[in-house]
Design a protein around this ligand. Structure first.
Ligand SMILES: Cc1cc2nc3c(=O)[nH]c(=O)nc-3n(C[C@H](O)[C@H](O)[C@H](O)COP(=O)(O)OP(=O)(O)OC[C@H]3O[C@@H](n4cnc5c(N)ncnc54)[C@H](O)[C@@H]3O)c2cc1C
Ligand code: FES
Ligand code: FES
Length: 1350
């Protein structure tokens, strides 16, 4: 869509029935050609052609689509407000009269970059870059709306932006360097970043001070606000195009009139922020939308007693008002609690547009929704005002009555919050699976009046309300009544109240929710927490920790590394070569490529059962949708129906037998993505022979679907062994056995898998988000049954890979190719997050079973381990056969038997995910060490040390070591840097002093055998241009964030001895990079750098020969690089070199060493935890680029933290449908989940004679030692259990969610005391906790709930 010529021409001149939106200072008039339900993101990307803003989840849960909006401030005539917002939620029609800024406008290569952009680049805050525009716009929105930035605001405002690559620390540092109160070191670094302080405001050309004020016309920074140009909303609008009605009334009467026009059977939606669709996607489609954001009355805020908020007041604005009122009015102090609570609702962008009334309506429509807004407003006795389209009067209802009120054609207009008597104790809680941007497991509010002078007697019926229990459960009435008149100082009151509560709280069992036993226990714990906090210093010192929540201080980071200046720019910490394009949105990802005329879009039709047969498929309804072009299915495939060339069949489209829920049945192809997605839902599929699927390793093993993996040493299906295992067991004085389940993990590339296939004169151009173009080419060739040379695959970059785009994306390329061939036009498939998560497999889940024999020092004597890997329905990518080496980690096991077993379940074929199997093997041995230590009552560190492997000792499937760098170098350094011994004592002292908060400190070492498989080969082409001596390199590897292009450019510049600015890296393709292998396993960067070095050396040799000859002719001759290149060209020297990194010239195998020390703190009552401090030392040889390497270390570590804590996968056990299929259910770490204090040291004075330019790889290893989060949590949990007399071993299957932590602690009402000595005077009606009653393995809700966890 073309912008209107001039901004000024917009007003008054706009034709009727069109709305104006200003985007990046240009006006766009929207009318009937734009669908009324089009989200802003699609308008920006598809109509305005601004692809800088990215899209992934379409749920408000990832933040990649953040833009900054300036809209009329309804509370202040003529003023405007600026805020960050998710463009995937906002409907474009609702933005009428608004001004939108996207990342392209903030700064770009032509106009210069904004300070925020420069800071993100300079601090190495981008890797794959897919999240970067969203990060920047979130911060820009914060900066513009508040006029300044503090470090706390930086952290708070990133609560909705996910990044899978960086581990967040550099992003936080980058933005904090601009904060008023930012650490001076960060500010100094910012100054060092080239020209950062002279970054120009792209709008004014003035120097930007990183500060914008929205309330002044020309602010101090010179950043002029353009909001005065925003189009005022002056008229009511009504669009009726036969399909969807859109109303934009200006008054309440206008809304009523619009409501009156709606037929009884029509589905309508009142649009405020439209964020509700992020939670309940299936509520639509609607035939009528009523946008109420021009109705000023709905934004009214009346401050005083009572406080009134209009229905459209956003959650962010409400928080501001609450803050102000709580400070100004003593009877509204309680609003402080609401501020804290509401800040935990959704994320900043959702809160900026989402209204409290919209939230209540979600609760109204979906009673199971654990609405925080409903619960908190209910607890404070708020009253809602409602109007009815057919009546003139208004109604006031309390929150519970509201739930029972028929809201059809009714509108909430305001809420009244009454004052609360001083002395009333008010507490609210929200316990979530992740620190922020997560819905509650359970939320609760307590309003209790007590008489402190009378033993804290409860003087009137308290209010105790819960969410997340049961759709019909709100008030804990029996507990309220039990507590009335009783003294909170009396332990029996507390314990019996908790027991009464335990009886009346009956959580429902829903597959996607936490277990009922946890939610009940949480309800009880929160009651106890409330009572302890009310009693304050009346409880004994060690009990006070029950009354508080974990407080997360501002985070910080430290990085130490050698600057190896002898080979610069190799060794120099420089930003990514493409970071400038990433931070401005100019970097092109697959879906940013403009569509060709006639290009079509595909959307998958997926199975809803895991184990069934297809009976029939009927696409007629879908094909009848205007814009739908075709339905493509298995019968349309001319070649092999598999997206795995040569290997085991994994069908592109199901023919008859369904292998997993989510598998593709067919593809609807339509003129646009939205139509295709909508129509795909209309395809009806009938199934037969439906069976209950096997979804877990245990179930599949029971069905005999397991087989031993091939032993690579012998080529047979047999176990791997070292030494005499049976003899070792005979000698061993101590023996233990146990097992460990480790769950799956979604790669969560922020760019989903996608493909675009364009027919050409010689075949097809395939654009794919692939880590392996060669295999994409082969797959498409087989599927289409055409020669490989007809298929040209090219990849500029991908938005994250982590193994998830090695083979799994072939399904998308194959489907697009089949459609393109059949329809003879370009076809693009960009799947949404839900589809991505269900269409393909993830990290393999593992089960390890072990028997170990050891002496009294804890020294291994014999070990038998069977590791079962859940390969999914086909075992093409199982890693389990490679794990004998990693299983030994840095230890020596004299007698070892390792059985790798592949198990097939009725799930999507699982695939490699960053350190596949290696991390699970390391976790297995570390778990065994912990088990031994527990048995011998030793410090696990002692057991680790006693087992350290010595040099030259034989190892299973790994060569003997030259040195044990862990023992000799890394552990001494780490212990000293982390002050391990001192902090160990401090942790013990803390645990003694605090009954309900426990800390754990642990160190996990890592040996990582880095062995180049011989199949890892890449084609590299270096081309020097005679025109100006600039250099282009293309390599067979894929840039996916890991920094391959940056390191290759550094190596080329170093080897050719030219400035790095002369080198550019081009896209990878299957012509120059023909036959190159996958980029993965941390091999790609090393080998491509090696190949670049060899190719550059070859050219350099030719150039140097000419140079010598020239100098022979004239020894005084001075030749610049450019002149030399020209001379070479004139003398017919080939300035290009292609190198194939085959054979002996590969770098040698080598060892990577690292260790991490982590301290955690848990809140026993809730299970929540805080990673207090992580110290990491990793040996990466002579780092080629410390920025890149530290980025890899931190990113991998945080991804591992997610694997082991919050990233839980759940299935529906009856159908096999993956329930964790979006941001609402699946929780990777956010910026507020990383270690509060994160210190990374690259081992000093390190080198590596076997690596490329003495370096070592960094992409994967750090994920392995993230298992330290489990061992540290184990120590904290064990500390609590030990206090209850239970020092027994307990198994800790991962992920270790908040739920599991609490359940493993074994919290019981009987423990709810006011001092340690209370136990001695226990009344008969409660018991001391019996250690046998503490569940050994809990949190696995398979038995009680109809779900399973992998
Ligand atoms: C990523 C994400 C995370 C979230 N996390 C949480 C959370 O942790 N806790 C929590 O409680 N909530 C959470 N939410 C819900 C969020 O608070 C709501 O989506 C938001 O408040 C809805 O406001 P809205 O203005 O966008 O409503 P809309 O989406 O515009 O409307 C929602 C519904 O309300 C109706 N409606 C709107 N206004 C009125 C009115 N005045 N009268 C009658 N009907 C009306 C609409 O017709 C529609 O059916 C989350 C949402 C998202 C997207
Ligand atoms: S795409 Fe909008 S928040 Fe994820
Ligand atoms: S850089 Fe953040 S997701 Fe890749």
């Amino acid at each position: 869509m073309a912008p209107q010529d001039t901004a000024s021409g917009a007003r008054g001149e706009a034709p009727p029935r069109r709305l104006n939106i200003k985007i990046n200072n240009k006006y766009y008039r929207i009318g009937p050609e734009i669908s009324k339900d089009m989200p802003l993101i699609d308008f920006l990307r598809e109509e305005v052609k601004l692809p800088g803003t990215k899209v992934l989840c379409r749920e408000g849960g990832c933040g990649v689509c953040t833009v900054v909006a300036t809209a009329p401030d309804p509370e202040h005539e003529g003023a405007h407000k600026t805020f960050g917002v998710n463009a995937c939620q906002l409907l474009v029609y609702a933005c009428a009269g608004w001004s939108i800024e996207t990342v392209e406008y903030l700064g770009n290569r032509y106009d210069g970059y904004h300070t925020l952009q420069k800071a993100l680049t300079g601090f190495y805050g981008t890797q794959c870059g897919y999240c970067s525009p969203g990060m920047i716009m979130t911060m820009y929105g914060q900066l513009k709306s508040s006029g300044s930035l503090t470090a706390a605001q930086v952290e708070e405002s990133l609560d909705g932006n996910l990044c899978r690559c960086t581990g967040y620390r550099p992003i936080l540092d980058a933005f904090k360097s601009l904060a008023e109160d930012g650490d001076q070191c960060l500010k100094d670094k910012l100054v060092d970043i080239e020209e950062a302080n002279n970054a120009k405001c792209p709008k004014t050309g003035n120097v930007c001070k990183g500060k914008c004020e929205s309330s002044k016309e020309d602010n101090e920074s010179g950043c002029k606000n353009e909001q005065e140009d925003a189009d005022p909303i002056e008229e009511e609008v009504e669009f009726t195009d036969g399909e969807i009605q859109w109303y934009r009334p200006l008054t309440l009467v206008g809304i009523k009139n619009a409501l009156k026009k709606i037929r009884q059977d029509e589905k309508y939606c009142i649009v405020v922020g439209n964020t509700g669709q992020g939670v309940y996607k299936e509520d639509g489609p609607y035939t009528t939308y009523i946008s109420t954001n021009a109705v000023k009355a709905l934004y009214n805020v009346t401050i005083g007693e009572p406080l009134t908020l209009g229905a459209n007041v956003s959650l962010s604005r409400a928080i501001e008002v609450f803050q102000h009122v709580a400070n100004a009015y003593p009877n509204y102090r309680y609003l402080d609690a609401l501020v804290r609570h509401w800040k935990l609702v959704a994320n900043v962008s959702v809160r900026n547009t989402g209204s409290w009334a919209g939230n209540l309506m979600l609760k109204h429509k979906h009673p199971e929704f654990p609405s925080d807004i409903f619960l908190t407003l209910l607890a404070v006795d708020a009253q809602l005002t409602l109007i009815d389209a057919d009546r003139t009067d208004t109604t006031q209802v309390d929150l519970e009555t509201f739930l029972r009120t028929d809201m059809s054609k009714r509108l909430i207009t305001s809420v009244i919050l009454p004052p609360m008597a001083q002395g009333m104790q008010f507490r609210t809680y929200k316990i979530t699976p992740r620190t922020v941007n997560a819905h509650a497991y359970v939320n609760a509010c307590f309003k209790i009046k007590v008489d402190p002078d009378d033993g804290f007697k409860v003087t009137e019926t308290p209010t105790i309300v819960y969410g997340g229990i049961h759709p019909d459960f709100i008030h804990a009435k029996q507990t309220e009544s039990f507590l009335t008149g009783r003294s909170l100082m009396e332990v029996p009151t507390i314990i019996n109240a908790a027991k009464v509560l335990g009886k009346e709280v009956k959580p429902d069992a829903k597959p996607q929710d936490a277990s009922p036993q946890y939610r009940r226990s949480l309800a009880q714990s929160l009651l106890y927490k409330t009572i302890v906090s009310i009693l304050g210093d009346k409880v004994s010192r060690e009990i006070t920790s029950a009354g508080t929540m974990l407080e997360r201080p501002l985070s910080s980071g430290q990085q130490e590394f050698d600057m190896n200046s002898d080979m610069w720019p190799v060794g120099k910490a420089i930003p990514k070569v493409e970071s400038a394009t990433q931070i401005s949105g100019e970097a092109v990802y697959l879906d940013d490529i403009p569509t060709l005329p006639g290009e079509l879009h595909g959307a998958f039709v997926q199975t809803k059962y895991a184990k069934a047969k297809l009976k029939s498929t009927d696409a007629s309804q879908a094909l009848a949708v205007p814009g739908v072009v075709a339905y493509i299915a298995a019968r349309d495939i001319p070649g092999r129906n598999t997206f795995y060339p040569g290997g085991v069949t994994d069908p592109v489209f199901v023919e008859e037998q369904v292998n997993y829920a989510g598998q593709a049945i067919g593809l609807i192809v339509a003129k646009d993505r939205e139509t295709a997605v909508r129509a795909a839902k209309l395809v009806t599929v009938e199934y037969e022979d439906i069976e209950k699927p096997a979804l877990t390793i245990d179930e599949a093993v029971k069905q005999g679907r397991d087989e031993l993996a091939v032993n690579f040493a012998t080529g047979k299906r047999e176990a791997h062994s070292l030494g005499d295992v049976e003899e070792g067991f005979k000698k061993a004085k101590n023996k233990l056995e146990g097992e460990l389940h480790q769950g799956s993990q979604f790669h969560l590339t922020m760019e989903a898998i996608a493909a675009r296939v364009v027919p050409t004169e010689d075949g097809y151009d395939v654009f794919s988000t692939t880590q392996w173009p060669t295999q994409t080419q082969a797959t498409v060739a087989e599927v289409l049954d055409i020669p490989a040379h007809s298929i040209n695959v090219s990849v500029r970059r991908i938005g994250g890979g982590y193994g998830g785009k090695i083979t799994r994306q072939h399904v998308v390329s194959s489907a697009a190719a089949v459609a393109s061939r059949k329809l003879r036009c370009p076809v693009r498939i960009v799947v949404d997050l839900n589809t991505h998560m269900s269409l393909v497999g993830w990290r393999e889940p593992y089960l390890s079973k072990y028997e170990v024999g050891f002496d009294d020092d804890g020294k291994f004597q014999a070990l038998k381990v069977t590791m079962f890997s859940d390969a999914g329905h086909v075992p093409n990518e199982s890693s389990v056969g490679f794990l004998a080496g990693p299983l030994q980690n840095a230890y020596y096991v004299p007698g070892l038997l390792f059985r790798p077993v592949i198990v097939r379940t009725d799930t999507a074929a699982n695939t490699w995910c960053r350190t596949p199997g290696t991390v699970e093997a390391l976790a297995t041995i570390e778990n065994i060490i912990e088990h031994i230590a527990n048995y011998l009552k030793k410090d696990p560190m002692e057991v680790r040390l006693v087992n350290m492997v010595e040099p030259e000792v034989p190892r299973l499937m790994a060569p003997p070591l030259e040195r044990n760098v862990i023992k000799d170098d890394i552990l001494p350094l780490l212990k000293q840097k982390a002050m391990y011994e001192q902090r160990k004592e401090e942790v013990e002292a803390f645990n003694k002093a605090n009954r309900w908060k426990k800390r754990g400190l642990s160190i996990v070492p890592l040996w990582y055998g880095y062995n180049y498989p011989s199949m890892f080969r890449y084609g590299i082409q270096v081309s020097i241009y005679e025109h100006d001596g600039t250099v282009a390199v293309t390599h067979g590897g894929i840039e996916m964030g890991q920094g391959i292009n940056t390191k290759v450019a550094q190596v080329a510049a170093h080897t050719l001895d030219i400035p790095i600015e002369k080198v550019i890296i081009k896209a990878s393709d299957t012509t120059v990079g023909a036959n190159s292998i996958v980029t993965g396993g941390s091999f790609g960067t090393d080998i491509c750098c090696h190949g670049t070095k060899v190719a550059c050396e070859a050219i350099r040799k030719r150039i140097d020969a000419i140079k010598s000859e020239e100098l022979k002719k004239d020894s005084e001759k001075e030749m610049s690089w450019e002149q030399l290149v020209k001379i070479c060209h004139l003398r017919d020297v080939d300035l290009c070199e292609r190198y194939w990194t085959a054979g002996k010239e590969h770098p040698h195998r080598y060892d990577i060493w690292a260790a991490c020390c982590l301290e955690v703190e848990i809140d026993v009552l809730t299970g929540q935890y805080l990673l207090r401090r992580a110290d990491i030392v990793e040996d990466c040889g002579k780092s080629m680029n410390p920025f890149v390497d530290i980025g890899q270390v931190e990113g991998a570590f945080v991804m591992g933290v997610g694997l082991y804590t919050s990233e839980l996968v759940k299935f529906d056990v009856e159908t096999g449908v993956k329930l964790s299929n979006g941001t609402w259910e699946y929780k990777p770490p956010t910026a507020l989940d990383i270690p509060v204090d994160m210190r990374v040291t690259l081992l000093p004075n390190a080198s590596n004679p076997y690596g490329v330019l003495n370096s070592k790889a960094t992409g994967e290893p750090a994920l392995c030692f993230s298992y330290v989060v489990v061992t540290a949590l184990r120590h904290a949990i064990a500390a609590f259990r030990a206090e209850n007399g239970n020092e027994d071993w307990f198994e800790m299957h991962t992920p270790l969610t908040v739920e599991k932590v609490q359940q493993l602690c074994g919290v019981r009402p009987e423990q709810f005391r006011l001092s340690r000595s209370d136990g001695e005077t226990c009344p008969d009606d409660y018991q001391m906790v019996d250690k046998d009653d503490v569940p050994a393995v809990v949190g696995n809700d398979e038995e009680s709930v109809s779900c399973s966890m992998n």
